[in-house]
Design a protein around this ligand. Structure first.
Ligand SMILES: [Zn+2]
Length: 54
């Protein structure tokens, strides 16, 4: 599964959205905080961010 980072223009918050690899990449992404559709993608597949292994 792929995670994408989005930024909401309405409440200025950032959130992640999990997108399934089933070809439905045209599904709308809405902000989980305010329900706005005014969001844009910041990063795609940023799974490397939390890959620190000590
Ligand atoms: Zn929002």
């Amino acid at each position: 599964m792929s995670q994408y980072l989005y930024h909401c223009e309405e409440c200025k918050k950032e959130f992640t959205h999990q997108q399934h690899m089933s070809g439905d990449d045209k599904s709308e992404v809405i902000c989980p905080y305010c329900g706005s559709k005014q969001v844009h993608q910041l990063l795609a597949a940023f799974s490397a961010v939390t890959s620190k292994k000590s």
